[in-house]
Design a protein around this ligand. Structure first.
Ligand code: SF4
Length: 660
């Protein structure tokens, strides 16, 4: 047995692997001349091999002087907004190999429109500079926990909103300390843990394995931040550690290599596999290990097992399958059925060479050097975990209604898919009124809460109604915070009762009492209002505790006497409607809720004994206003006055015959 072991997570990370694939492809396709913004990876030998194939390394300030046919290559670290703008201004074509993990942090930074964007990382690192440039507002960069402490010494906590992220390759322990510190300073802080899992795994592994070995050999560049961090961790927890760029550097450390009983070899994210293998071989030579190079190499390759979850890089795409580079000697095969259950998906459109992809190893075949992979099974587990987490936390999920379940005319519910998980929403929880069709929900994107799960059967039950209830409650609470007595609304009549009407004003209903609905005698609400009618109302009183709102309808401006006196005077002629007949005359409506009296003596040229012999209820007649008594609230009208050329003196109506 060799006492040299190779870390499982040594070498190219998915982001670097993707960038390398993309530039190799561009060289093969004869594109160019290719100008890479900064060195593609922190590895001199690899970069020199690219230069030998025509790739030139440039700085952002060189872009304006590039030839028109230049192809600019943006490496995994990404670039600043200014770089993209300069490329556009100069009409240059470019390949963007920004790592998807880094792109995600650009999006987080871009979302900080109303918050300070804080990032923990090296302010001079191109990845951090690119991320910071994506933030639209205030930004702050802190390089370490010590820097944070110094910056905030003596400062009081603030409720200013802030978003906190971290450079992908930052030290995980230092990041934990920074988070703990900063969350007490910003009471409205959203923390986004953006340390890349490849980095995290690599660092975690070294922390464990370096402590178990006498010597740790870290392969990578001294300019690579993740390589230097590996070296520091190994020094902290292990006995001895060496940082080398190539196998040639081992010559200076022969004594330490020979003296160590056990050695761990790890490598930064930008160390090519060929260099790692050369280091293994040279070390075995130095130690005169009996184990052969082939065995060591084999040992370094055989790091995956059935059930292992890993991020690979798509290396070929066809309509029926993907080939995935896992960084092992086995070629990963991901067939259509292990990607999705949906039919008709064009894999060549959805996936591209160089894309990172998360997969699980399901079957190894040493005879043909392949490993069968599945991304679907990983998704199933991931989505079920998300459903379980949402059940525990009460988080609101969104999904699309795929099926409506019904038996004959009875709807039992709908099925919503969330990724690969299916959530059943019973009809009673659908938010649709009992007995109504659930068909309109089909194909709709809905928000729901998970209200029950069956872990064994991987079944979940959801509720759209619970979300609607919660949203309504929230809206009501907000509404009560903003309203005040006297505030006016245009409401909608929702229900009519004997004692008044419920009127909807936004998220709540208020009650308009019967006494508010008429100025004269009380009239049954159903006589005055109809369902759906718009009504100008105002808040008379409200109680946020009991959730009761009393609405007013009558205002001085809506008083019919105010309207009448503002618009009519004695001598005016108007059209009125006969509303009731009395032995002494007929009452006629001048404007809603205000009637005047046409006395028997004023109905025709000569007095009539019985008004019903001349007029009918509902008749429309033209009258002259011949008397207004504001104190007694009486209006006298006359048809006769319009029949005679000369107005005859008018007798005041007897008091007991007063108009309303
Ligand atoms: S270390 Fe992580 S974030 Fe950085 S390039 Fe590699 S995969 Fe992307």
């Amino acid at each position: 047995m060799s006492d040299i072991c190779v870390a499982k997570h040594a070498g190219f990370c998915p982001g670097v692997s993707r960038a390398v694939h993309l530039i190799e492809q561009a060289i093969l396709d004869g594109k160019g001349p290719i100008y890479c913004l900064g060195e593609l990876i922190h590895n001199r030998i690899f970069n020199e091999s690219l230069q030998a194939r025509g790739v030139r390394f440039i700085e952002p300030q060189d872009i304006p002087s590039l030839p028109g046919d230049a192809l600019v290559f943006i490496r995994a670290h990404g670039a600043t907004k200014d770089v993209y703008q300069t490329l556009a201004d100069n009409g240059l074509e470019y390949i963007d190999a920004t790592c998807p993990y880094v792109q995600k942090i650009h999006s987080i930074a871009a979302s900080a429109t109303d918050a300070t964007f804080i990032i923990i990382g090296d302010k001079d690192h191109p990845e951090v500079q690119g991320i910071v440039s994506a933030a639209p507002g205030k930004t702050a960069v802190y390089g370490s926990f010590a820097e944070l402490q110094e910056a905030f010494a003596g400062k009081e906590p603030t409720d200013e909103p802030a978003i906190l992220a971290v450079q992908t390759t930052f030290n995980t322990d230092e990041w934990k300390k920074c988070q703990k510190f900063i969350k007490y300073l910003y009471t409205h802080l959203k923390i986004c843990d953006t340390i890349c899992s490849a980095t995290e795994n690599r660092q975690r592994e070294v922390r464990t394995l370096a402590a178990e070995n006498d010597l740790t050999v870290v392969v990578g560049s001294r300019h690579s931040s993740n390589t230097v961090k590996l070296y520091r961790i190994a020094k902290e927890v292990g006995g001895d550690a060496i940082l080398i760029e190539t196998s040639a550097d081992l010559a200076a450390c022969r004594a330490r290599i020979r003296a160590a009983n056990s050695i761990l070899i790890t490598a930064g994210a930008s160390a090519p596999g060929s260099i790692i293998q050369e280091v293994i071989k040279t070390m075995a030579d130095i130690r005169n290990e009996e184990v052969s190079f082939a065995e060591l190499l084999e040992a370094s390759f055989k790091t995956l097992h059935t059930g292992d979850k890993v991020t690979g890089i798509v290396s070929a795409v066809s309509a029926s399958e993907l080939k995935v580079d896992l960084g092992t000697k086995h070629t990963g095969i991901l067939v259509y059925d292990e990607i999705t259950d949906e039919s008709g998906i064009d894999l060549t459109e959805k996936y591209h060479v160089g894309d990172p992809i998360d997969v699980v190893c399901i079957k190894f075949s040493d005879s043909d050097g392949t490993v069968q992979l599945s991304s679907k099974r990983l998704d199933v587990a991931k989505h079920w975990d998300a459903i379980k987490a949402a059940h525990e936390s009460g988080e609101i999920l969104t999904g699309v209604v795929k099926e409506v379940i019904r038996k004959e005319d009875t709807y039992s519910g709908v099925v919503v898919t969330k990724g690969t998980s299916r959530v059943f929403i019973p009809a009673s929880q659908s938010g649709i009124a009992k007995g109504e069709s659930l068909d309109p929900l089909k194909g709709q994107k809905v928000s729901f809460k998970v209200i029950d799960i069956n872990e064994d059967r991987k079944r979940a039950v959801g509720s759209i109604k619970a979300v609607q209830r919660a949203e309504k409650k929230l809206a009501e609470e907000e509404f009560y915070k903003t309203i005040e007595v006297g505030q006016k609304f245009v409401g909608t009549v929702r229900a009519i009762m004997n004692y008044g009407a419920f009127v909807n004003i936004g998220p709540v209903d208020g009650m308009v009492h019967i006494s508010e609905l008429s100025w004269g005698r009380l009239r049954p609400p159903a006589e005055v209002l109809t369902i759906g009618q718009k009504l100008n109302v105002f808040i008379k009183s409200f109680d946020p505790e009991t959730k009761r709102i009393s609405l007013g309808y009558k205002t001085p401006e809506s008083d019919p006497w105010t309207i009448f006196t503002n618009n009519y005077a004695i001598g005016d002629v108007c059209d009125v409607k006969i509303v009731s007949l009395m032995p002494f005359g007929a009452f006629a409506e001048i404007i809603p809720e205000l009637d005047g009296l046409i006395h028997n003596t004023q109905i025709a040229a000569k007095p009539v004994a019985n008004p019903a012999s001349v007029l009918n209820i509902g008749d429309k007649v033209t009258v002259k206003i011949v008397g207004i008594d504001l104190e007694a609230k009486r209006i006298n009208l006359s048809i006769k006055a319009l029949l005679e050329p000369e107005e005859a003196p008018v007798e005041e109506a007897p008091a007991e015959e007063a108009a309303e």
